[in-house]
Design a protein around this ligand. Structure first.
Ligand SMILES: Cc1ncc(COP(=O)(O)O)c(C=O)c1O
Length: 483
């Protein structure tokens, strides 16, 4: 017998790289759009990044040169920070992050800095949670559609399983008690021990917030079953309209529960737009979890230089206030402009008020049967011909074919307009020249798309907002998105 050179973890596909989600990224990497150097390249709309407010951060950095420490103004602190390695983290960092988390939740709750445990982004925080709360083979229930990275973050190195909780477009993908019970019972039938429920609020990919009733019902469910509730709240500050974001921390104030079962995952990757800094947080209400997670956090600490910079930036209340208000305004403007542009050619998105993306319904454009194969066939055309990397719903474990996540905050206004124009042209062409079907199907498509437009109007639609008076004309100070 030939001995395996690598471990099962190393040799397996636990990373999930063999998926449409990552294939789309590869297509972008092989042929990246650039307005001057490669104007026909692939536009990256598969990356949930928040790049709309970097001018504000830049301004702050220039005003506070000492915070970076590798500067003339910061040099006196350099040595102390360079040798700092305590896994509790700098007290100033934990205090500032706790206050920031409170501000993001409307100052309706308080967070104890001593419960903040560092991790390498929310990615590291989720793995930390899985290591602390479940044994290999045991599972978390996760409402669908959910962030594809969870399959890697919670499962790969821990051996923990995820059991999907089926949610449907008929009620805007709300998590119901019935769907939780069904997933729980199914896991039991399969002899899988369920250790918890993992929710994302606001949701990636839906861009919606969980309402109070839903949160209460999920908390009641986990409490009754005596299982954990892990709440990923990393999009908390991306909310740009009613209804407001309600944190599980707020629901806990109102409802009977066992606090030992509740944990929040947070990071600065989305709300501040700093995924490169790898600032992740586990905030647990369970003392034992705080204790052991802190020990485990040695594998994924936040660099002390980053801690110092973040401590300094987030304790500047004036900056934080300005940033949060302006950032959500800009996200709203971008969201409105994009969804308005899609709506003009009959493409609908799930109604949403948060996140860095929209959840776009392309069911009317699927030429084949409404199946996952049909969805993937359409996705291939979008990648290869429309040259846009959007992510198909199946990579989010969505049970209904035809939904696509489109990220809209990782590019400048001009790139977004190019992308929007491409999608609109594609949708309009599909209506004008349906490929494989006859007149009857053509008629059906047209009504599906609500596109009863003359060819004159069709031409008009190829141009974007300027001719048609868009709802907003944002003067974004964005630097041009990289490649
Ligand atoms: C819901 C969710 N959780 C976690 C992550 C990972 O975030 P981080 O960059 O902080 O590791 C992402 C990234 O897209 C996400 O969307």
């Amino acid at each position: 017998m030939v001995a395996e050179l690598l471990s099962r973890i190393a040799a397996g596909n636990g990373h999930g790289e063999e998926s449409a989600y990552f294939d789309g990224w590869k297509a972008y990497e092989n042929d990246p759009f650039h307005p001057a150097n490669n104007p026909t390249g692939v536009i990256q709309m598969g990356l949930a990044e928040n790049q709309l407010s970097f001018d504000l951060v830049k301004e702050w950095i220039l005003k506070n040169p000492g915070a970076s420490i590798c500067t003339a103004e910061g040099i006196e602190q350099f040595q102390d920070i360079a040798i700092f390695q305590d896994y509790h983290g700098l007290p100033a960092f934990r205090n500032a992050v706790a206050s920031f988390m409170e501000r993001v939740r409307g100052n309706k709750v308080t967070f104890d800095p001593d419960r903040i445990v560092m991790s390498g982004g929310a990615t590291g925080a989720h793995e930390l949670m899985a290591f602390c709360l479940a044994n290999p083979g045991e599972a978390f229930l996760v409402p669908t559609p959910y962030y594809p990275g969870f399959d890697r973050d919670l499962r790969w190195r821990t051996g923990v399983e995820l059991v999907p909780v089926e949610c449907h477009s008929s009620n805007n993908f709300k998590v119901t008690r019935k769907s939780l019970e069904e997933a729980y019972n199914k896991a039991q039938e399969d002899n899988i021990i369920v250790e918890g429920v993992l929710i994302t609020n606001p949701s990636n990919p839906l861009g919606t917030v969980l309402d109070r009733e839903t949160l209460s019902s999920i908390l009641a469910f986990t409490n009754e079953k005596n299982i954990h509730l892990v709440c990923d709240e990393i999009y908390g500050a991306t909310v740009f309209g009613y209804p407001n974001f309600v944190s599980i921390a707020e629901i806990m104030l109102e409802q009977d529960h066992n606090p030992d079962l509740i944990h929040i995952v947070y990071s600065l990757s989305k709300d501040l737009g700093f995924p490169g800094f790898r600032v992740g947080i586990v905030y647990s209400y369970n003392d034992k979890v705080v204790n052991v997670a802190r020990k485990m956090s040695s594998f994924g600490l936040v660099s002390a230089q980053t801690q110092l910079l973040i401590a300094s930036m987030l304790s500047d209340e004036e900056f934080v206030e300005k940033f949060l208000v302006e950032s959500s305004k800009r996200l709203e403007t971008r969201h409105n402009l994009f969804t308005w542009g899609l709506n003009q050619v009959g493409i609908k998105c799930l109604k949403s008020n948060a996140g860095l993306f929209v959840w776009m319904n392309l069911r009317p454009l699927i030429e084949q049967d409404l199946t996952m194969e049909g969805e993937l066939a359409l996705w291939r055309v979008i990648i290869n011909e429309v040259k846009i990397n959007v992510s198909p719903g199946c990579s989010f474990h969505c049970h209904e074919p035809g939904w696509f996540r489109v990220c809209i905050a990782n590019m400048d206004d001009e790139t977004m307009e190019v992308a929007l124009k491409r999608i609109r042209t594609f949708a309009a062409q599909k209506v004008a020249k349906p490929k494989s079907s006859g007149a009857a199907k053509r008629k059906c498509w047209q009504s599906n798309l609500q596109l009863r437009i003359s060819s004159r109007r069709l031409e008009d639609l190829m141009g974007v907002s300027s001719q048609h008076g868009s709802p907003h004309s944002p003067m974004s100070p964005l630097v041009r998105a990289q490649t």
